[in-house]
Design a protein around this ligand. Structure first.
Ligand SMILES: N[C@@H](CCC(=O)N[C@@H](CS)C(=O)NCC(=O)O)C(=O)O
Length: 212
């Protein structure tokens, strides 16, 4: 059995969506980051960076923080939602792009534009421009494809699951998905998946899923 320590955020939802897609049993341990529960000593033993999500896999003894690592671990453990051959490295490429670019930059947009507007105009402009640039990159990658990686139409991998919860907050980022039609189609395609919908509402439902 896997314990998932998480909260209702894009990073948390990446892993709950993957666990729902895998259909494996897991127990959710809510860590309310609005109440600083991520700093509790017991949680720090699992996630020394005091961030959610984290997992403990009681079957293997593995405990981990960092979504990129957690998703690779789970994809490898169950041998699902990972590309093979050269496409494996393409999956790594886009997973790293999400971890180092899309997630952190959109996170900055949420911080400055959504939650602290007017306090730092330069930061608002810089991160909003960067967000639009990243949406353009993703839109180009999705041209003619159903998924971010793989040959032809592509295959559904952890790279898609890592990006989708960030794109689900396009309203926070003041992004109109109509400006990025390939991203919009991809977003709506994944939105129809029952596992994505279930994973979004972990550890609890706080709002309707945008676009549903
Ligand atoms: N690189 C980390 C980022 C995790 C992260 O930033 N989590 C946020 C929620 S989305 C958090 O726990 N924030 C609590 C805090 O800032 O103290 C990952 O991918 O797991």
């Amino acid at each position: 059995m896997i314990d998932l320590y998480s909260w209702t955020t894009p990073n948390g939802r990446k892993v709950s969506i993957l666990l729902e897609e895998l259909g494996v049993p897991y127990t959710v341990k809510p860590i309310n980051i609005t109440k600083d529960e991520q700093f509790a000593p017991d949680f720090l033993k699992i996630s020394p960076n005091n961030r959610i999500p984290a997992i403990v896999d009681h079957e293997t003894g593995v405990q981990m923080m960092e979504t990129g690592a957690i998703m690779l671990y789970l994809a490898q453990k169950y041998d699902r939602f990972q590309a093979k051959g050269n496409a494996y490295w393409q999956m790594m490429e886009w997973l790293m792009w999400q971890m180092g670019g899309l997630g952190p930059m959109l996170g900055q947009v949420h911080h400055f534009v959504k939650y602290n507007p007017g306090k730092a105009p330069y930061a608002e402009e810089r991160y909003s421009n960067e967000a639009r640039r990243l949406y353009r990159v993703l839109n180009t990658q999705l041209e003619g494809r159903d998924h971010v990686v793989g040959e032809g139409k592509g295959i559904y991998t952890i790279a898609d699951m890592a990006m989708w919860p960030w794109i689900s907050r396009h309203d926070f980022q003041q992004i109109d998905l109509a400006d990025f039609p390939n991203v919009k189609d991809w977003y709506e395609r994944l939105l129809q998946r029952p596992a994505v919908q279930r994973g979004y509402h972990v550890p609890k439902k706080v709002n309707d899923i945008p676009g549903l």
